[in-house]
Design a protein around this ligand. Structure first.
Ligand code: TTP
Ligand code: MG
Length: 412
């Protein structure tokens, strides 16, 4: 046990700390399995919850109700029960239930590519129609993302990311500014100024998020038109959650509302099998971050976010921002109160810029297939937390932490 505690690090250093966890690790190490897990696997109610909650639109709670109140223990039983009593589940679940078996299957890279190409060509046509005075050749339609981009042999679904440099702000607004040759004013110039983070100027001008907020209506309209076109063509068969649009409200304190991506979730049928398709339209100032997030994998993302956090920043699919956490801090850098007041966006054009800004070595997509969070990035974050703890520094965004920060392109 002593050796194990040594390997696990300082959080486990004290005798009897994290006792339960240490016992479980020891049991797995010695027997190759865990009794508690065996019980879980053998518990029919738990298995039924797991199976039912695989249906899109059915959560843990709903699965429990189906089992306890309606005595429905499997997806097969649910399908029969819904025929007799349609009110058993919401309308949106009826749609996903119909093609549930298809959605459990993985697809070849070739089929994923077909889906990506189909969205790409339709997106170009829709953009040209809706925004004829903007250069369609500058429309970026990247996808499939996720496992496909990481070079995996098969894919569970397809994510497609879209952006255009004119969505830096409301495209109508930027166009009229260009016409009047006022390029040095308003959004374009403030965007340019914020590029030089670390300079005095970094705090000048408007946060680029406001441009993203203003381009949101145009992006929403583009995506709704793209959705309707692909649906009319019979390619999209169902929209998830009503109209397929994700209505996300601001969850983080200090975030600019509505600045995020326009997001569509649906089901397409490129051939005989239904497939899950998500399309996200980002403002260009968030695109590099979205590329990283949707390339994944999730372990890789988690370690990168953890590293950013250790630097006093908050990283997500739409940016890197200074994070002034309002909660009381534990010694290990975890926060009791998770609320984050986010600072202005650090503008990055490419994925490599994001790695540079954080002072990390660039990883190609195929190098981001990590099976646990023991990646170099996570290791760096862990060391940073350790250093801060040793130095008695609390991980937050106060100004006396210069030494604890990594030497990136910018001083974070
Ligand atoms: P997914 O499509 O769910 O994952 P995937 O493409 O890696 O695997 P699959 O072949 O099964 O589809 O999500 C796409 C990316 O989004 C994922 O690689 C990383 C990111 N992501 C997270 O970071 N956290 C999450 O919880 C989820 C669901 C996704
Ligand atoms: Mg995927």
């Amino acid at each position: 046990e002593h050796n194990l505690r040594k390997i696990l690090g300082s959080k486990f250093a004290k005798k009897d700390s994290n006792k339960g966890l240490v016992q479980k690790i020891t049991e797995i190490h010695e027997s190759g399995d865990l009794d508690r897990l065996k019980e879980w696997r053998a518990d029919p109610r738990r298995c039924a919850i797991m199976e039912l909650s695989k249906v899109w639109g059915i959560g843990y709670r709903k699965a429990q109700t189906l089992i306890d109140v309606h005595r429905i223990w499997s997806v097969k039983e649910l399908k029969v029960a819904v025929e007799e009593n349609p009110k058993l589940v919401e309308a949106r679940v009826h749609r996903t239930l119909r093609c549930h078996d298809d959605l459990q299957l993985r697809m070849s890279r070739e089929e994923a590519m077909v889906i990506g190409d189909r969205v790409r060509s339709c997106a170009r046509a829709v953009f040209s129609e809706l925004l004829p005075s903007h250069d369609v050749t500058k429309l970026k339609v990247e996808g499939p993302m996720g496992s496909f981009r990481r070079g995996q042999p098969d894919c569970g679904d397809v994510d497609v990311l879209v952006t255009h440099e004119d969505w830096l702000d409301d495209p109508e607004r930027t166009l009229s500014l260009d016409k009047q040759s006022q390029e040095s004013s308003l959004s374009r110039s403030s965007y340019a100024r914020t590029r030089n983070l670390g300079d005095e100027e970094a705090t000048e001008g408007e946060d680029p998020d406001y441009g993203a907020q203003r381009s949101r209506a145009s992006r929403d309209k583009f995506l709704a038109t793209l959705r309707d076109r692909l649906h009319a063509q019979g390619f999209l068969t169902d929209h998830l959650g009503g109209d397929g649009f994700q209505k996300k409200t601001t969850t983080v304190q200090g975030e600019v509302p509505g600045a995020g991506c326009s997001s569509y979730m649906g089901i397409c049928k490129p051939r005989e099998t239904h497939r899950r398709l998500d399309i996200k339209v980002y403002a260009p100032q968030h695109y590099a971050y979205a590329m990283i997030y949707f390339t994944g994998n999730d372990y890789f993302n988690r370690s990168m976010r953890c590293y950013a956090k250790a630097c006093g920043y908050s990283l997500c699919d739409k940016g890197l921002r200074k994070a002034a956490r309002s909660g009381v801090s534990h010694k290990d850098g975890k926060y009791i109160d998770n609320k984050v007041a986010v600072g202005r966006l650090v503008v990055c054009d490419t994925e490599k810029d994001v790695f540079d800004v954080l002072g990390l070595d660039y990883k190609e997509p195929h190098e981001r297939n990590v099976s646990d969070n023991a990646t170099e990035v996570a290791e760096k974050a862990r060391r940073l937390f350790e250093e801060q703890r040793r130095g008695g520094v609390v991980v937050d965004s106060s100004d006396d932490e210069e030494d604890a920060r990594p030497a990136g392109r910018f001083r974070l």
